[in-house]
Design a protein around this ligand. Structure first.
Ligand code: TRP
Length: 330
């Protein structure tokens, strides 16, 4: 029996190279070793975008297209849409009894988001409860491993607390604790040199960017502001072109030699940018082409099949949960 692994993404925009390096590449590997579930977390996205649901809806198939284009294989990975799995909402309701308001307030990720969103006294309950809903996601599939970024560690900890409390209170072992799996590759910097490539900062290269846009973005990358003439010695650290070459250029010896030359002086930014452009064009062309070959019908079918399967797995867990609580009457 393969171990179960589950991850999810909020459908709030197309995926970019930061996602590729941080999670997508990993999923393509992990689907061979694990029984993998990938969830499009539209319910969770609505906790932010409840006022403009169309924004979430429009991104669901976009994200699924990104998944398929990079090589997540629906034969190996169950891709499903959170809102189509009613058992997740039901589990959330039962788990809410096991978590106090002050415990959620202490969740560092929630705490940071409350400050950042400037809710003041007006925190929507739906937003506040999303860690509990995420515990439902994780436990419904009995996920043993949850690959996430560092900011999600408190969510897994909170989920495991719910599992222990549920199993203890209702004298069962139907829920399983999960382990976080941090991506072996760190996050990718933005093209402007900021710490993180992100949609909201508008500093990312998207998987569906045209070849012209990719080129423009590469040529606009932040390098070393003191490296003015090619003959000047240059800095590698904080230099975005090198960060991207580190992530995507497979000729590691060649890259080491380029770094030496750049540090000494004698290597121009344009030469490097042209190399990186070639590397990224080569990487992204097949992804873009695969993406373009997918019809809306294909994508809907993938989501439908995955959601049917996910629905029955989650329902099974819900049945066990209700059984343990003594409320499975029929
Ligand atoms: N909170 C995650 C994010 O913002 C998305 C998510 C929802 C998730 N449910 C999950 C991730 C369950 C892992 C497991 O990226």
């Amino acid at each position: 029996m393969k171990k179960i692994i589950l991850t999810g993404d909020r459908p709030t925009g197309n995926l970019h190279l930061g996602h590729y390096v941080g999670s997508l590449q990993n999923r393509v590997e992990l689907q061979r070793i694990y029984n993998q579930y990938v969830m499009v977390a539209d319910v969770q996205a609505l906790t932010d975008y409840y006022g403009t649901p169309q924004k979430v809806v429009d991104n669901i198939l976009e994200i699924v297209a990104d998944y398929i284009a990079v090589g997540i294989d629906p034969e190996l990975t169950t891709i499903f849409i959170q809102s189509q799995i009613p058992a997740l909402s039901e589990l959330t309701v039962y788990y809410m009894n096991l978590v106090t308001v002050s415990r959620v307030e202490r969740n560092p990720t929630v705490k940071a988001e409350i400050a950042q969103k400037e809710f003041g006294e007006s925190i929507p309950v739906g937003f506040f409860c999303y860690p509990i809903s995420q515990a439902a996601d994780i436990t419904a599939f009995k996920a043993e491993v949850v690959p996430v970024g560092e900011d999600q560690l408190p969510m897994i900890e909170q989920s495991n607390e719910i599992v222990r409390k549920f199993n203890r209170l209702y004298n069962t072992n139907c829920l399983k604790e999960a382990k976080a799996y941090l991506s072996p590759v760190g996050r990718l910097v933005g093209i402007d040199g900021r710490a993180k490539a992100s949609k909201s900062l508008n500093n990312a290269i998207f998987l569906n960017d045209s070849s012209e846009i990719i080129k423009q973005k590469v040529y606009s990358m932040f390098t070393d502001p003191d490296h003015i003439k090619a003959s000047d010695p240059g800095k590698i650290e904080g230099n975005v072109v090198f960060a991207y070459l580190d992530a995507f250029y497979e000729e590691k010896d060649e890259l080491a030699a380029l770094k030496e030359k750049y540090k000494k002086g004698g290597l121009g930014d344009m030469v490097l940018k042209s190399l990186l452009n070639d590397v990224l064009q080569k990487k992204l062309r097949p992804i873009r082409e695969k993406r373009e070959s997918l019809s809306k019908k294909d994508l809907l079918e993938i989501c439908f099949n995955g959601s049917q399967k996910a629905k029955s797995v989650a329902q099974q867990t819900l049945d066990e949960v209700k059984e343990a609580m003594g409320i499975r009457f029929f």
